[in-house]
Design a protein around this ligand. Sequence first.
Ligand SMILES: NC(=O)c1ccc[n+]([C@@H]2O[C@H](COP(=O)([O-])OP(=O)(O)OC[C@H]3O[C@@H](n4cnc5c(N)ncnc54)[C@H](OP(=O)(O)O)[C@@H]3O)[C@@H](O)[C@H]2O)c1
Length: 261
Amino acid sequence: MDLGVKGKTALVMGASSGLGKATAEALAREGCNLIIAARSEATLEEVAADLAGRYGVTVEAFALDLADAAGVDRACGLADRPGGIDILVANSGGPPPSGALGVPEATWRSQFEQMVLAIIRIMDALVPPMRDRGWGRVVAIASSGVVQPIPTLAISNTLRASLMLYCKTLAAEVAGDGVTVNMVLPGRIKTARTDRLDAAAAERTGQSVDAIQAAAGAAIPVGRYGRPEEFGAVCAFLASARASYVTGSTIAVDGGAVRGI
Ligand SMILES: NC(=O)c1ccc[n+]([C@@H]2O[C@H](COP(=O)([O-])OP(=O)(O)OC[C@H]3O[C@@H](n4cnc5c(N)ncnc54)[C@H](OP(=O)(O)O)[C@@H]3O)[C@@H](O)[C@H]2O)c1
C-alpha cells in the first residue's frame, strides 16, 4: 500500500532510539522528509545520515531536550519553517520507575513539564498551521499503562493519561480541518528503554535479566516482546494519507497484552 506521504515533512521526536527511530524509518521508507529530535545530537546525526542514505529523503537532526523550555520554544518555532510540518510524531523519554506513593513533588513537576507540558506546547504550535493547510497528522506515543496501569510505572501511567485526554480533545477540535490526532499504546516493545526497565527489575527481584524477559514475554499472548519495526509500521499508517478517517483513536500495539477491550 502506498501510504501517500511522499514529500511530506515529519517531525519525529525521540527518534534517536527505539520506537521513535523505528517510526522515523517507516516514514522515510515512504519517501517522507524528516526532522528527527532527541537530546544526543551525535546519535541523531548518525541516524540522519543512515536514513537519508538508505531512503533518499532529507533528514535533519534537531537537538532537543524536552526538559529545557528554551529548546521547546525552538521546536515550536518549526511551525514557521517554509513548507511547515505535516506530521508530528509526539514522543518523549520515559520516566523513572516507581509506585504511586513516595514520589517527590519535584519529580512529578519535572516529569509533567517534559512528558506533558512540552508536548502540549509543541502541538499547540504545530497544529494550527496544519489546519490552515487543510492536512496534518499527529501521532502521540503513550503506553498501554494508561488503560492497564503498570504497577512499577506510576508516573508514566498518570501523566500519559492526561496527555491522552488532551489528544482526544484536540482530535475533535481539528477533525473538520483535515488534521487527525491519534494515540498509540506500546505494550512491551524491545528497546533500550525496556532493557533498562528489565535490568532494574532484575536488580529489584534478584532474578536474571533473561529470566525477567522470558517471564514477561510469556505473559504476552503473542508470546514475545514486540519489535520496534512492528510498532513503527502502525505509527506510519496513522500518519498516512490512507488513515484520513481515523482520528481520536487509541491503538494498542501490544501483542494482545491488554486483556480489556
Ligand atoms: N518500548 C516500550 O515497550 C514502551 C512501552 C510503553 C511506553 N513506552 C514509552 O515510549 C517512549 C519511547 O520509548 P522507547 O522504548 O523508544 O525508549 P528509548 O529507546 O529509550 O528512546 C527514547 C527516545 O527519547 C529520547 N529522549 C529521552 N529523553 C528525552 C528528553 N528529555 N528530551 C528529548 N528527547 C528525549 C531519547 O534520546 P536522547 O536520550 O538522546 O534524548 C530517545 O531517542 C518512552 O516514553 C517510553 O516510556 C515504551
